[in-house]
Design a protein around this ligand. Structure first.
Ligand SMILES: [Zn+2]
Length: 318
């Protein structure tokens, strides 16, 4: 790969690159799990809805609680075994949103959402992937209390990695929803769009959920056609990123556009236009004359765009 010296070393995207070994073989062993929860180096991440609970003391907030400390914060709705950091067990505990309200007033705690944690570097970066794991799995529990097959209440088993229905005996596994996020490329230009939710100057990749019965490549071509009216031929996978809002997996791709005219679907995006690599470079480096920008390095979109700026059409070559 040719490297542009204007850029520094490649910063990490958030939520992936976990140092935890998930220890899936331990999930069915209740005796071992109980021992792990009593382990002297056990640590607990505490999640309440969209918010992560941090200890506010010291220079950097600390997201890791002792199991006994976590119990004082509020009744645990679910406890999930996340894995082992070397030999130290890590758990995620979901507490009631009502208990979260009471914690907001405490000076020794800081409650903050996981996007802000990743964008602002609120905690040591090594904590961010297990926090994403905890938030995604605990969010799944919060939304899947009843059996989609018969409507009965379900119970968590396998250290929180499955919910079973006691009535119809169905077993329910945590969901991960695939989302394609892509950059349509034509020669030296690519098409970016703007969601009405974005900050006023930010432009990013197009994105959308894969639909049932659709391959990643088909989803990329369909979403690009729907959102900006461009036809695409070849699609090249780039990288992926867990996106725990609530439980997506972003699948990053570059796509070769074969038409020029952009037709915007205003129900999906606010605006879209072509950008050449020189303009994109000023956006990535925060030097654009109109202060247009791309998403921050924590997001895979930043890396998809940067790869095109650095490598041009080579990103479409296998
Ligand atoms: Zn059932």
């Amino acid at each position: 790969m040719t490297k542009d010296p204007a850029f520094g070393s490649l910063p990490r995207q958030a939520y992936s690159g976990s140092l935890l070994e998930r220890g899936a073989a331990l999930r069915g062993d209740d005796g071992k799990l109980a021992a792990l929860l009593r382990h002297e180096r056990a640590g607990v991440y505490v999640v309440g809805g969209e918010l992560i609970v941090l200890k506010a003391h010291g220079a950097a907030p600390d997201p890791l609680f002792l199991p006994d400390e976590a119990r004082t914060l509020g009744a645990a709705r679910e406890t999930v075994f996340l894995g082992l950091l070397h030999d130290a067990p890590r758990f995620g505990v979901g507490i009631d949103p009502a208990a979260i309200e009471a914690l907001k007033a405490r000076a020794d705690l800081k409650l903050i959402d996981l996007r802000t944690i990743a964008v602002q570097g609120e905690v040591d970066a090594a904590h961010v992937p297990p926090l994403a794991e905890a938030k995604a799995i605990l969010g799944w529990h919060a939304r899947h209390r009843f059996c989609p097959n018969c409507g009965a209440g379900t119970v968590p088993v396998q250290a929180g990695w499955r919910r079973d229905c006691p009535v119809c005996k169905a077993e329910h596994f945590p969901r991960t929803d695939p989302v394609v996020i892509m950059l349509p490329i034509r020669g030296d230009r690519c098409a970016l769009g703007r969601s009405p939710r974005f900050p006023a100057t930010m432009w990013s990749c197009l994105a959308g959920f894969c639909e049932p019965g659709e391959s990643i490549e088909e989803a990329v071509r369909r979403e690009v056609a729907e959102e900006v009216g461009l036809a695409c031929t070849q699609v090249r996978y780039f990288a992926s990123q867990p996106w725990p809002f609530p439980s997506s997996l972003m699948i990053g791709c570059h796509a070769e556009a074969t038409s020029d005219e952009i037709v915007i679907d205003k129900s999906e995006i606010e605006d879209a236009r072509w950008f050449d690599r020189a303009e994109l470079k000023t956006m990535l480096l925060r030097q654009h004359p109109q202060e247009l920008s791309t998403p921050p390095p924590m997001a895979i979109a930043h890396h998809i765009i940067r790869a095109f700026v650095e490598r041009g059409g080579d990103v479409l070559i296998r």
